[in-house]
Write a protein that binds this ligand. Structure first.
Ligand code: SAM
Length: 284
């Protein structure tokens, strides 16, 4: 193997990370797993040749998909995470004492086993937390069949290729809506708009058909190269996106959580879109 990992997710753009040492490589029933160490990013997890998370910058992605909707909602007790096998999202969610149950539906048991063995810096003890319920299943099937209701659904999926493709369909989002309690929030990972414009436009088009309030918000995650990354936001409670800064500050300090990216000011600012992304979000 060369000493560089080349990510070929995008047709016209390639990024690379130097491999200091390959720590693990295997083919699961669903995906090809590769874990290596990079001097700047620490341990890097890739699935099917696409970077999923790294020890050095995972906090940005996980904090923005967990703390932002939890603090916007203000009363989250039950959370559903779809995907997220590395456990980083689960760990952030469980930092909130108000969360009484976190159900994680991950299609690939080997990613979870692997995280517990090799990525403790990312998942901590989240899989051992008594509030955690791990379900090994396809997220699409789970939301279609469950009768349970959640205050927050976080779609921490791979990109729309391979097993993650179904998690970008209108049918999946409609079932997520059915699984939300009143005033519940759905957030999704939607890639890098500059390179994945159609993915973002399509998700927002589907959201608009289903929810009263839809938007996208941004964060810059160094390993997802090509500009800021977009997260989808959908809820029927139209008041949650425009909360006063003071309300978020009170909730944040009440939660007593230390963060390295999320702050209430970053929260509100993340919804400000440059025109090139606002145009993608509103495409008919
Ligand atoms: N941070 C991320 C990124 O860069 O895209 C996502 C990380 S997380 C590892 C993505 C997880 O989604 C993987 O563990 C994968 O197995 C899981 N996944 C993919 N398709 C799924 C499906 N249909 N149902 C449940 N989990 C799925």
């Amino acid at each position: 193997m060369s000493d560089w990992f080349r990510e070929t997710l995008h047709r016209d753009y390639e990024s690379g990370l130097r491999i200091e040492e390959v720590l693990f490589e295997a083919k699961s029933e669903h995906q090809h797993l590769l874990l290596f160490r990079n001097a700047t990013f620490g341990r890097v997890l890739t699935l099917d040749g696409v970077v999923q998370t790294t020890e050095a910058d995972e906090f940005i992605y996980h904090e923005m998909l967990a703390h932002l909707p939890i603090l916007a909602h203000g009363g989250v007790e039950r959370v559903l995470i779809i995907g997220g096998g590395d456990g980083g999202m689960l760990e952030e969610v469980l930092k909130h004492r108000c969360v009484v149950q976190a159900v994680q539906v991950e299609i690939d048991a080997s990613v979870v086993d692997f995280a517990k063995t090799h990525l403790r810096a990312i998942c901590g003890q989240a899989y051992e937390d008594p509030r955690t319920e791990l379900v090994i299943a396809d997220g699409l099937k789970y939301v279609a069949e469950t009768e349970r209701r959640f205050d927050l659904i976080i779609v921490d999926s791979t990109d729309p290729i391979g097993p993650g493709e179904v998690l970008f369909t209108e049918r999946f989002y409609a079932d997520c809506k059915r699984c939300l309690s009143d005033g519940g929030i759905l957030v999704t990972q939607n890639g890098v708009p500059f390179l994945q414009a159609d993915e973002l436009s399509q998700t927002l088009r589907f959201f608009r058909r289903l929810f009263a309030d839809t938007a996208c918000y941004l964060a810059t995650v160094p390993t997802y190269a090509g500009g800021p990354m977009a997260f989808g936001w959908a809820t029927d409670d139209t008041s949650l996106r425009s909360l006063p800064l003071e309300t978020l500050q009170a909730r944040f300090s009440g939660a007593g959580i230390a963060t390295r990216y999320y702050t209430p000011a970053v929260h509100l600012g993340a919804f400000a879109l440059p025109p090139y992304i606002a145009e993608m979000v509103s495409r008919p």
